[in-house]
Design a protein around this ligand. Structure first.
Ligand SMILES: CC(C)(COP(=O)(O)OP(=O)(O)OC[C@H]1O[C@@H](n2cnc3c(N)ncnc32)[C@H](O)[C@@H]1OP(=O)(O)O)[C@@H](O)C(=O)NCCC(=O)NCCS
Length: 181
């Protein structure tokens, strides 16, 4: 498995994260596609520092910037966290880094936070992410037709979840799968 390290986001990372998040390859897979301004990014960082966004990490591999990961307590759902991730540095796409990041997120959520359930929502056209989630044993929980409208086109959204007990079974199998590549 490629080695990835999670660290807290620092002020000097803000422009890198903003550039990644505004890039078409990432923005089109997010729920909001509007360009994030420097001011908005600053406000976002202040809310991260106040702990209002749960766990947000800058992901690196051997000192090189790779991407972003987050884990947030879900509102109104007991012991449930929602994750987010992206590879910002395109040279790391398709080489197992997404798998390594998701592995770390789930491990952190279940082993450190003792989550009961970890969830995510993904736009239905996002095949790379859906393949990744299903390979990790996440199961479809819901399908939201016409969830949002973009350029006059309606887009569906799919929700996925994995439970603590399922992760215990999956993690060793996945470790072997990821190491074999
Ligand atoms: C979704 C996303 C995180 C996946 O990241 P990734 O690094 O490309 O994902 P993977 O780790 O699965 O790698 C992709 C492919 O490389 C293969 N792979 C895995 N480990 C590998 C390795 N060590 N060497 C080479 N290839 C490897 C996988 O088999 C996979 O191939 P397949 O799915 O075609 O069978 C990435 O596409 C991304 O950032 N997308 C934009 C943002 C986004 O959509 N985020 C999710 C929003 S819900």
């Amino acid at each position: 498995m490629p080695k990835v390290a999670f660290r807290n986001i620092e002020y000097c990372d803000l422009e890198t994260i903003r550039m990644w998040r505004n890039s078409p390859d990432i923005a089109r897979n997010m729920f909001s596609t509007g360009i994030i301004t420097e001011e908005q990014q600053q406000l976002w960082y202040e809310s991260v520092c106040r702990g209002e966004r749960g766990y947000c990490w800058f992901v690196e591999s051997e000192g090189q910037p790779v991407g972003y990961a987050s884990l947030t307590r879900a509102e109104r759902a007991e012991d449930t966290y929602e994750f987010g991730l992206y590879i910002g540095n395109q040279k790391f796409i398709g080489a197992g880094y997404g798998s390594a990041i998701l592995f770390n997120i789930l491990e952190y959520g279940f082993a450190k936070l003792n989550a009961h359930k970890i969830i995510c929502e993904v736009l239905s056209f996002n095949t790379p992410a859906i393949k990744l989630y299903e390979r990790f044993g996440l199961q479809k929980q819901g399908y939201f037709k016409d969830f949002l409208k973009r350029d006059n086109e309606r887009i569906d959204c799919v929700s996925y979840a994995i439970f603590n007990e399922e992760w215990k079974q999956h993690r060793d199998i996945l470790n072997k799968y990821i190491c074999a590549h």
